[in-house]
Ligand binder design. Structure first.
Ligand code: F6R
Length: 619
């Protein structure tokens, strides 16, 4: 949560910072701000605004070129943790100011939480400091300013300030005393350095800088960075220089643009066939043979699996459990990471921990990985983000390779995470001989058809989802029902709907619905049923009939031409017939589109739903 950027170089500083923030807005959009160090000035310049980045862009444009000469600055986009989204609480925060109206000699931007800010504020007040915001961050600015005013060079001052902080941070600072540099540091929250020619960059994530560079240095916990126009150096907290190899990121800058779509979410839903192609490429051949040799782990000795993840990634874990238990016959526990980290879990070195995180930054998932380390578990990370924190914590990594996902609500990465887990299931089945060779190849060949089947689903759904949207006009809640893998798809469908349309929604096992949730059912609580196949379809159908008898408006996700679905449902969202392994993948697509269209119908911002951020780097 929160995104930070930094730049030192040419006179296009403000432009680079604004473009970087534009690509980080998914991390928070409560407010945004810039701090600019101008040579010869008495104080750091600032602009900040409450609300989305366009408010800041307008404010910047009103400065009529006043910032044209600036070469050094930092920027921030905020997801509020301490203090409401007001201008006073917007970053940057200042220290070393002379009077009420003054900005100050140093400015900081911060992503994370200073846990001991109350004590530090008290201490600083005791030394005569006054505070202008309710944020935890402001203490960093004051501590830093004290040291800079006492004559410490900026990097040393930041290092010494950090020694006083407890919690998590990626922090970047500028000072009028050294206007040719930006200093920064990280502990738990992410930070990367982008390398340019005659200019250098800092950001919370590589996406922010892809239009500028593909060469990065990853900053590790407890390291301090100093960038100027001609150098980018990393140091330990003791001031020792650190050698770091340059990491090349191969994402295309075009991938972070809308490319003609109205929203990123819609674009990403439509990118799913290509995303799955990329996920499978090199890992599953045309004959159905899986190659996961990139996983440098002894998978043959695995006796138990724990999947740790949050939100949508957790739902991908549930689908993975179905496949792993079915094909490889290995017991799988799927744990919500924020619970697992404090659960004192049971495991040993034969436990494989699969940590799933699109961003690779989710603090609860990272903490769950640490917890699993304590009992000797081996960690396989499934992430979309090259070089992210989780890739450095894990023993092995499988990248989902979908390209950047910008919309806050995950879509293409959900399908890709699930697909990766299906590959893992087949690999484990092969290693244990749990499937015959023929069966394994047949399922492998079926999985190869995922891109094609998702494409077919998108074609079938064209123009169909809008009909279902009408049933939500007066809706006060929604119930998503399914059995087996379709239950996991139902949970994900409910999450998508509630997070972007704000309609309370529950995902439930269809057979369990009679034990409580059926009380919700009336004509203002649409029931979305994912029928699935075979016996499960029969059983789900009869559960859904029970809701129809109580006045429910039913939307069925069913094979095209399913006459039973046509009979009970007000609207059928058709999906193609698929091999079993692809059932939940294709069923998820109409649910994504349903959530999308319901939210659009309500005039909501689907890419940036309220109160959410894409990377959840706080507990
Ligand atoms: C929902 C959504 C979230 C994330 C969750 C985990 O659409 O995107 O529920 O899945 O915050 O994020 P990652 O995968 O980055 O760890």
């Amino acid at each position: 949560m929160c995104g930070i950027v930094g730049y030192v170089g040419r006179e296009r500083c403000v432009e680079v910072l604004m473009e970087g923030l534009r690509h980080l807005e998914y991390r928070g959009y409560d407010s945004a701000g810039l701090a600019l160090a101008v040579p010869g000035a008495d104080e750091v310049e600032q602009v900040k605004r409450v609300g989305p980045l366009k408010e800041l862009a307008e404010a910047v444009s009103r400065h009529n070129g006043h910032f044209a000469q600036v070469r050094t600055g930092v920027g921030h986009t905020r997801w509020a943790t301490h203090g409401r989204p007001t201008e006073a609480n917007a970053h940057p925060h200042f220290g070393g100011y002379a009077g009420d109206g003054a900005n100050g000699t140093v400015a900081v931007v911060h992503n994370g939480i200073v846990e001991n800010h109350v004590e530090l504020k008290e201490e600083l007040r005791g030394r005569g400091h006054t505070f202008r915001s309710e944020t935890d961050t402001e203490v960093i600015a004051h501590l830093l300013a004290e040291r800079v005013e006492a004559g410490e060079p900026l990097r040393e001052a930041l290092t010494n300030t950090l020694r006083r902080l407890q919690g998590s941070f990626a922090v970047a600072a500028v000072s009028v005393r050294e206007p040719e540099k930006v200093v920064a540091a990280r502990h738990q929250s992410p930070l990367v350095v982008g390398l340019g020619d005659g200019e250098n960059f800092l950001a919370s994530a590589v996406q922010a800088l892809l239009g500028e560079t593909h060469r990065f240095l990853f900053v590790e916990n407890g390291e301090v960075v100093e960038i100027t126009d001609s150098s980018a150096r990393i140091y330990t907290m003791d001031g020792e220089p650190v050698e770091r190899e340059t990491f090349k990121v191969d994402w295309d800058p075009e991938a972070v643009e809308l490319g003609g779509y109205e929203d990123y979410m819609l674009k990403e839903i439509h990118e799913q066939p290509a995303a799955l192609q990329a996920t499978l490429s090199g890992r599953l051949d045309a004959d159905g043979v899986v190659d996961l040799s990139e996983v440098v782990l002894d998978l043959a000795s695995v006796e138990r699996i724990v999947v740790v993840a949050c939100g949508t990634a957790y739902h991908a874990g549930l689908l993975g459990k179905h496949a792993i238990e079915k094909y490889a016959r290995i017991p799988v526990e799927v744990a919500v990471a924020s619970e697992y980290r404090y659960a004192d879990p049971i495991g040993d070195e034969k436990t494989l921990v699969i940590a799933i995180s699109q961003s690779g930054e989710t603090s609860d998932t990272l903490a769950a990985v640490q917890t699993a380390r304590e009992f000797g578990g081996r960690v396989l990370a499934v992430t979309n983000t090259q070089g992210s924190l989780i890739t450095r914590e894990a023993d092995a990594v499988l990248l989902t390779k979908t390209g950047p996902e910008i919309a806050v609500a995950s879509t293409k990465t959900f399908l890709a995470q699930t697909t990766i887990l299906y590959l893992v299931a087949l690999e484990l089945a092969r290693l244990r001989g749990a499937l015959s060779k023929g069966e394994a190849l047949e399922i492998g060949r079926a999985l190869r058809r995922a891109p094609e089947k998702v494409e077919e689903t998108l074609d079938l759904l064209y123009g169909r989802v809008e009909e279902a949207v009408e049933l939500f006009e007066e809706a006060r809640c929604a119930l998503f029902l399914g059995r087996g893998a379709s239950h996991a798809a139902a949970l994900e469908g409910a999450l998508k709907l509630k997070e972007i349309s704000y309609i309370p929604a529950e995902g439930y096992p269809a057979g369990e619905m009679k034990h409580g949730p059926i009380a919700l059912v009336d004509e203002r609580c649409p029931v979305i049923s994912i029928l699935g196949e075979g016996l499960q379809r029969e059983k789900t159908l009869s559960n859904v009939e029970e809701t129809v008898a109580r006045g429910a408006n039913v939307i069925a996700v069913a094979h095209k031409g399913d006459t039973d679905a046509g009979r009970i449902a007000r609207v059928t969202l058709p999906v193609p017939e698929t091999p079993e392994i692809l059932g939940a993948l294709v069923a998820s697509v109409p649910l994504q589109l349903l959530a999308y269209h319901v939210a659009k119908d309500r005039g909501l911002n689907v890419d940036k739903p309220r109160n959410l951020a894409k990377s959840v780097t706080v507990e």
